[in-house]
Design a protein around this ligand. Structure first.
Ligand SMILES: *[C@@H]1O[C@H](CO)[C@@H](O)[C@H](O)[C@H]1NC(C)=O
Ligand SMILES: *[C@@H]1O[C@H](CO)[C@@H](O)[C@H](O)[C@H]1NC(C)=O
Ligand SMILES: *[C@@H]1O[C@H](CO)[C@@H](O)[C@H](O)[C@H]1NC(C)=O
Length: 320
């Protein structure tokens, strides 16, 4: 080897060391995704991973899932996302599952990376319950709905599930009260302060679950009281008084207009008066005045008037 040859070789080595990504490209193999794991909430099954270190942005991924008794089946193909929902490939809720993923770019692809085994019914997380509040005087009724599971139901998977309820006055977050181990999905919080806003949060706890459920969102509602609150009377009195005062002020200010309206002082124009007093000129009227009175026909009527007069004692007869 001549000195120039050796210097050329060291140059090639430096290039290869400086661009490791290019070296994998040359060999046709991509680096593999990292942190590949199966996760589950409410009995779904999702494979997640991180992109290979220093990977180009345009990588695509292909995933597969197998159960303990079956071979790998294809999940997502050529997805650019860093997760893939494999719930549709779940054959049994009691199975043990393994996922795998490889990166692809054009004709190149990485090695498969296999996740750890995942026991679906033991390792799935419980999502938050849905809580609603209904206020009834000084009580609050809490209704809890279990999260909907993708496979089976929460009660079938976690038969021992109970609810832990925490509640507090909205204004006093430090005084938190607990009801733990509740079996029913409905509970009435008794003897609360009237006209006070309370907040409630619920968690599902199951002995066979790896951890308690995600806490529900916080819901708040106000209690009412047996009677109307003291301020209602004051408000009503205020509005009545205000109404009366307004009316009086209006009447005083517009008194003139009011009296004009009630007793108008309009004079009738002179020419109108004259024409009203002048003798009528209508032909019809004149004809009616000069003509003979119309003969009126009527049947003879006999009116019998009975009276207990002491003078003649009998009925009086009058012909009309
Ligand atoms: C996925 O991508 C590869 C490489 O680009 C391609 O050969 C293959 O046909 C694609 N598959 C689908 C289902 O699109
Ligand atoms: C919670 O329940 C209420 C009615 O009971 C419903 O309208 C709402 O959509 C539910 N929320 C969720 C997140 O399921
Ligand atoms: C639920 O209540 C039980 C019984 O009191 C308690 O042991 C547990 O720590 C509570 N869990 C949560 C998440 O509050």
């Amino acid at each position: 080897m001549s000195p120039t040859d050796s210097s050329m070789w060291s140059c090639v080595c430096a290039l290869v060391l400086a661009f490791p990504a290019h070296s994998t490209a040359v060999s046709g193999v991509l680096s593999s995704p990292a942190n590949v794991q199966l996760t589950s909430t409410n009995m779904n099954l999702v494979l997640r991973w991180d992109p290979p270190a220093g990977a180009p942005r345009d990588l695509l991924y292909t995933t597969e899932l197998k159960s303990s008794v079956l071979e790998f089946k294809p999940g997502c193909v050529n997805t650019s996302a860093l997760e893939c929902d494999l719930t549709s490939l779940v054959v049994s809720i009691y199975g043990k599952y393994t996922g795998r993923v490889k990166a692809q770019r054009g004709a190149q692809s990485s090695e498969w990376v296999i996740s750890e085994d995942f026991v679906l019914d033991k390792q799935t997380s419980i999502g938050p319950p849905n809580v609603s509040l209904h206020s009834n005087r000084a009580n609050l009724e809490v209704s809890i709905k279990d999260p909907v599971f993708m496979k089976s139901t929460m009660r079938q998977i976690f038969t021992s599930a109970t609810y832990n309820i925490t509640y507090w006055k909205k204004e006093q977050k430090k005084e938190i009260k607990h009801i733990n181990g509740l079996q029913q999905n409905r509970v009435v919080l008794h003897s609360l302060d009237p006209w006070t806003e309370y907040c409630v949060q619920v968690q599902i706890v199951a002995s066979t679950a790896q951890k308690p459920s995600m806490p529900s969102r916080v819901v708040c509602a106000s209690t009412t009281g047996e009677k109307e609150p003291p301020w209602v009377g004051a408000v009503v009195a205020f509005f009545v008084l205000a109404g009366v005062v307004t009316l009086v002020v209006l009447v005083v200010c517009y008194w003139k207009s009011f009296s004009h309206f009630l007793c108008p002082k309009y004079a009738i124009p002179d020419h109108f008066k004259k024409s009203l007093l002048a003798p009528p000129k209508s032909h019809m009227y004149l004809a009616m005045q000069t003509s003979q009175p119309v003969e009126e026909f009527s049947d003879q009527i006999i009116v019998v008037m009975c009276s207990r007069s002491e003078e003649d004692g009998g009925p009086q007869q009058t012909a009309g």
